[in-house]
Design a protein around this ligand. Structure first.
Ligand code: DGP
Length: 138
């Protein structure tokens, strides 16, 4: 646990929250700055700053918790849609450096800037980037 980490403190029960779900490895609670009604967060209880450092089994456990909560949010609020969102680093606007998945209910034309529209891709650029990333997966 990192004492200066707000999500570690929530996971340890030291900071109050609206806790939706807890198991041995993960927790899910309401976001204190909701981007939409029903905005919730799923976290691993152990401190890992971001996706790059999170062990795959804890990613799977946190995703399963996010799925549980998303199903409940969907049943409770019947939103027009729902996004799972996850940020890594300041360029992605990550403000809490403890891995978390946002569970974001969506409203019709809610103006949330997550959707980028379908633009025709530049195939040679896609292929070039594909090769760079693919080489790191071998
Ligand atoms: P991000 O910017 O992607 O790192 O998201 C962090 C989220 O955490 C943001 O939506 C607000 C939420 N948050 C920050 N501090 C607290 C807190 O003390 N309690 C709760 N419940 N949520 C918090």
């Amino acid at each position: 646990m990192q004492q200066d980490c707000i999500f570690c403190r929530i996971a340890a029960g030291e900071t109050p929250c609206f806790m939706l779900y807890e198991d041995e490895f993960t927790a899910a609670f309401m976001d204190i700055n909701p981007a939409s009604p029903g905005h919730a967060l799923a976290i691993p209880k152990r401190h890992f700053p971001d996706l790059y450092q999170l062990p795959a089994d804890l990613l799977a456990a946190t995703a399963a918790t996010a799925q549980k909560v998303a199903v409940a949010v969907s049943a409770a609020l019947e939103p027009a849609g729902l996004n799972l969102v996850q940020a890594n680093g300041p360029g992605a606007a990550q403000s809490v450096l403890h891995f978390h998945l946002h569970i974001l209910p969506r409203g019709d034309r809610d103006g949330m800037r997550l959707n980028w529209g379908l633009q025709p891709g530049d195939m040679s650029q896609i292929e070039q980037i594909y090769k760079c990333v693919r080489a790191r997966l071998d």
